[in-house]
Ligand binder design. Sequence first.
Ligand SMILES: [Zn+2]
Length: 240
Amino acid sequence: MTDTEKFVLPSGIECEIQELTAEAERVLTNKADVKSGQWINKFIAKALVKIGGKPVPQNQGELINILLDMKTGDRNYLLLRIRMQSYGDEMIFNYECPKCHKTSGYKLNLREMLEDGTLKIYPFRDDVPIVVETRDGTAEIDYTTGRSEQWLASLKDIDTIHLALAACKSFNGKAPEYKDFCKLKTRDISKIRMAYSELKGGLDPQIELNCYECDNSYKVMLQQIPDFFTPLTTAGNIGL
Ligand SMILES: [Zn+2]
């Protein structure tokens, strides 16, 4: 019997997860999946046992669709719980400061950070989509889902227009396209991005790290730290 853990996602959906097997880590190294952005869904699929009180669909495609429709703030929380269930609450890693490029060692306790509010969870707003008026039309901003995450992950280079597009549900009543947004004024693009950044819901995976060498503070997304998925890949280099 595998130990499972039950909890409720920030949006209220009940979940049950099991510990990952070594096979799940292979998902992280499949180049095609990493390139297409599919890996994160396959990774979650390996751990999820029940969702919404029901066993997950046996059909992998059906399950992936459920995960793709899930809001990013729920997905971030789910990933964090899978990480804690499979690898423990502690995260020990090295990270390179973006300013001085020197590496510092860190030790975090993810459960404590959840409990003391260092990692923030926001309730989802129900007054979405938010309407933003630009000089070229009306944009509707909504929570991103796994679909927008996957689209962003599949792009070679991400610019501010892509980020604005990912947050935008419609533009003048239609699905927005890159070429439409290229014509927008930069001030309008930043207005869209600003509205999205204020739309908080679910787990905010940003944490602040302080460089021991130059005292610079910088923000990083938890899941962008390699050791989040594969512990001990970097720790130890500088004697931690
Ligand atoms: Zn530094």
